[in-house]
Design a protein around this ligand. Structure first.
Ligand code: ATP
Length: 366
């Protein structure tokens, strides 16, 4: 007889969480699961309800309805509620302030119980991991912002929380430092096997940190999945635009095809006369040179080329951004090209849409 595979309960699960302020739903039927050792990023624009979701899980905000489970056990619904300090949840928020009057070691030991020797051993272990053991008896003011951040992380992890909630924890750091600290943090969190729910409004941060991204908008999770899938199979136009600039052309569908200046696009499932948005990222537009007033021949992969003229071109560091005003309607499309490509304004160029890289969505609110 086959024995079923052991089922691991999610370390953290929230179900149908709702929270309104002044009658406006701010978190609207949010459900998600995070497994041990997994990092899930709640990614969304400012005000979409990310922090409120985190605050409810931490227990510092009460949900109007919905349930929170840890390792399959209910820790909070509208009737039953384990208080925040007994949830075994680590918190790391943007304003992570260390206690200035305590040494670095005492800061890390703050939430620990046990004998003095046990505490000291755990503090040393964590400060070793974040590379700051030499500061154990120093005070926070001696440390740089990034070092303080690492101490705060060590402090949050010291009691071995089952779950870490992080709300934009890296936003106070400059870019170079932030990348290093993100990587170190991730390594440490994985080693501790905590389930991590990280709130951010920065797509790069989510892509860098997350095993799974939950895209949030207007209080709801609109799409959830591995970063690769969210990036390459976005659910709608806004989901594409969350990760990069986008170009959009619109068209009407006839017989599941949409006719455009870039040739035909497949629009399966859209009724005749329905409108679609064809969306492509700037890096996936193909630029071709003008050949005595002509563009390249159409291909099945890239469709038909449409002519335009350069409005401006800028070097962005690792790529160049070229803006082109299209002859067919005067709209401007943006294309990026690796390295340096700075054509003069007015120069004719031809653009093609890579069919494997564009997304066709039924027009919203059309
Ligand atoms: N205690 C409160 N009373 C009234 N409104 C609130 C309260 N807390 C949050 N809100 C509102 O709820 C909405 C969502 O806030 P929340 O902080 O959860 O968003 P967020 O996605 O984390 O945004 P940000 O990235 O800017 O922090 C906002 O419009 C906010 O003003």
């Amino acid at each position: 007889m086959l024995t079923p595979a052991p089922q691991t309960a999610p370390r953290l699960e929230i179900r149908n969480m709702m929270r309104s302020f002044g009658g406006t739903p701010v978190v609207n039927d949010v459900s998600l699961k995070v497994m041990p050792g997994q990092v899930t990023c709640l990614l969304g624009p400012s005000g979409c309800g990310k922090s409120t979701t985190l605050r409810m899980i931490a227990g510092v905000e009460m949900q109007d309805s919905g349930e929170i489970y840890v390792d399959g056990e209910l820790i909070c619904d509208t009737v039953f509620r384990i208080p925040p300090e007994r949830r075994n949840i680590g918190l790391m928020f943007q304003d992570f302030a260390l206690f200035p009057h305590l040494t670095v070691g005492d800061n890390v030991a703050f939430g620990l119980s046990g004998s003095k020797a046990e505490k000291r051993a755990r503090v040393e272990e964590l400060l070793d991991k974040v590379g700051l053991r030499r500061f154990i008896d120093g005070y926070p003011y001696l440390l740089s912002g990034g070092e303080q951040q690492r101490v705060a992380l060590a402090r949050a992890l010291a009691p071995r929380p089952k779950i870490m909630l992080m709300d934009e924890p890296f936003s106070g750091l400059d870019n170079r430092l932030r990348d290093d600290i993100r990587d170190q943090t991730l390594e440490l969190l994985k080693a501790e096997d905590a389930a991590v729910l990280l709130v951010t409004h920065e797509p790069e941060e989510a892509m860098r940190m997350a095993d799974e991204i939950a895209l949030m908008r207007g209080g709801r999770i609109v799409q959830q999945g591995a970063p690769y899938n969210i990036y390459n199979a976005p659910k709608d136009r806004q989901a594409v635009s969350f990760f990069s600039d986008i170009n959009v052309i619109c068209g009407k569908v006839q017989g599941a095809l949409c006719e455009t200046p870039f040739g035909q696009f497949l629009a399966p499932g859209v009724a005749d006369g329905g409108e679609v948005d064809i969306v492509i990222r700037p890096q996936h537009l193909k630029i071709e040179f003008d050949r005595n007033g002509k563009g390249p021949e159409p291909t099945p992969q890239n469709g038909v080329a449409a002519r335009g003229e350069v409005v401006r071109a800028r070097f962005m560091g690792s790529e160049s951004l070229v803006e082109i005003r299209m002859d067919y309607d005067g709209s401007i499309l943006k294309a990026t090209v690796p390295n340096v490509f700075l054509p003069q304004p007015g120069r004719p160029l031809w653009l093609m849409f890579r069919r494997d890289r564009c997304f066709v969505f039924p027009r919203q609110n059309a």
